[in-house]
Design a protein around this ligand. Structure first.
Ligand code: NAD
Ligand code: UDP
Length: 364
């Protein structure tokens, strides 16, 4: 009845079990994932650059769980191996330490290009390197996509809108970025990457997807990345002062990690005639002061709020217009800020802050 077959996934011993209507049930012994033959033909080899980071590690997890072969490439500048340690033993996961500013050679079907420091303190630490990661990194993954005929998704950002005069921000708003300010290495780097993606698409027919991600938070944020959610939760849990930059009236709209990853996967799987750009984020907007008060309430912290100077070029307000994502991807966020913060706080309670190395001194 049973027969062994070593070829099907070229990675595992699998059992083929006659099922029904001439179908076979394929049992993968190592990770106990069950496949049928039709499903297996849809499995892909997927590269995730920046795959050890906050968003990348959860994307790796989701795609590995679906059965895809996932290759994670990361230089661990702003992350650590512990984010993907639980995947290392799986037969359909591979981890490579590599810096994407240097060319690399892989054979893949899809690429999610997430490699880039994302927190202001991280990307401002070595701004020239940030620009190289966005621009040279984009050229390297686009070259690979062209050679392999792979589909490639770029993790762009709401920062390409700069300090917006249009509110909320739709995709056809061209933004207001200071090209010589301290955020420009990231904002202009990501804008140049979008340009490269569109030019490879027009000139070489590369199958691209452009996604503009708005502030996202959740478990596995680096506790010393200096971003507002991680700073406030760490400060609240350790009962030290909560640092508001400026008067706290600036706004952001925060999306929970799981919602965002659903959006990334939906965009990768969307019709080839919709390349984006598309905004992905939670439209629920509130002030940084309101965020601090909510985190104090949810953690029952004794921390006091203190004010610090507002960093240069800090956007005054930010809120995604997600009409396009709703229309084209049938996507919208489901997780409320309270629900998302409770899960994130619970993860922060479970970690030992001393086991995390601060990637840069810029964490407030
Ligand atoms: P993160 O810092 O946790 O992850 C980035 C990952 O890229 C890290 O693992 C880092 O080590 C790696 N990396 C950086 N430079 C690299 C290089 N040159 N070569 C190889 N690896 C490199 O940040 P994140 O929040 O997970 O962001 C992931 C992506 O999403 C980034 O491209 C970011 O710009 C984009 N994004 C994130 C947000 C957000 O709110 N989280 C918002 C907008 C855009
Ligand atoms: N911020 C703050 N205190 C902190 C960290 C950040 O008040 O400890 C503010 C920051 O000035 C900005 C907002 O929170 O107005 C969001 O900052 P973050 O670095 O998370 O992301 P940004 O959206 O600015 O890239």
């Amino acid at each position: 009845m049973f027969r062994f077959n070593k070829e099907l996934l070229s990675r595992d011993i699998v059992l083929c079990v006659p099922f029904k209507n001439n179908e076979f049930l394929i049992l993968v012994l190592c990770n106990k994932i069950f496949f049928d033959r039709k499903f297996m033909s849809q499995l892909k080899r997927i590269l995730i650059t920046g795959g050890a980071g906050f968003l990348g590690s959860y994307l790796c997890e989701r795609l590995v769980e679906t059965g895809h072969d996932v290759i994670c490439v990361d230089n661990f500048f702003t992350s650590q191996k512990t984010n993907v340690a639980h995947l290392l033993e799986l037969p359909n996961f591979e981890l490579l330490r590599h810096d994407i500013i240097h060319p690399f050679w892989l054979e893949v079907d899809e690429i999610y290009n997430l490699a880039c420091p994302a927190a202001p303190g991280h990307y401002q630490y070595n701004p020239i390197k940030t620009m190289k990661t966005s621009v040279s990194g984009a050229m390297n993954v686009l070259g690979m996509a062209k050679r392999c005929r792979a589909k490639v998704l770029q993790a762009s950002t709401s920062e390409i809108y700069g300090n917006p005069e249009v509110h909320p921000q739709p995709e056809n708003y061209r933004g207001s970025v200071n090209p010589i300010g301290i955020r420009a290495c990231y904002d202009e780097g990501k804008r140049a990457a979008e340009t490269l993606f569109m030019d490879y698409h027009r000139a070489h027919g590369v199958n691209i997807r452009l996604v503009r991600i708005f502030n996202t938070y959740g478990p596995r944020m680096h506790p010393y990345d200096g971003r507002v959610v991680s700073n406030f939760i760490r400060q609240a849990l350790t009962n030290v002062d909560i640092t508001i930059y400026g008067d706290g009236s600036q706004t952001r709209s925060f999306c929970y990690r799981d919602d965002l990853i659903d959006g990334l996967i939906a965009m990768m799987n969307s019709s080839d005639d919709f390349v984006g750009p598309v905004n992905l984020g939670n439209p629920h907007e509130f002030t940084i002061l309101q965020l601090a008060e909510l985190i104090i309430k949810l953690t029952k912290s004794k921390s006091k709020i203190i004010k610090k100077p507002l960093p240069e070029d800090d956007p005054v307000r930010r809120q995604p217009d997600i009409t396009l994502a709703k229309q084209k991807l049938f996507w919208e966020p489901n997780v409320s800020i309270e629900e998302g913060l409770i899960k994130t706080i619970s993860w922060f309670r479970s970690i030992n802050f001393d086991e995390f190395r601060a990637p840069t001194p810029n964490h407030g």
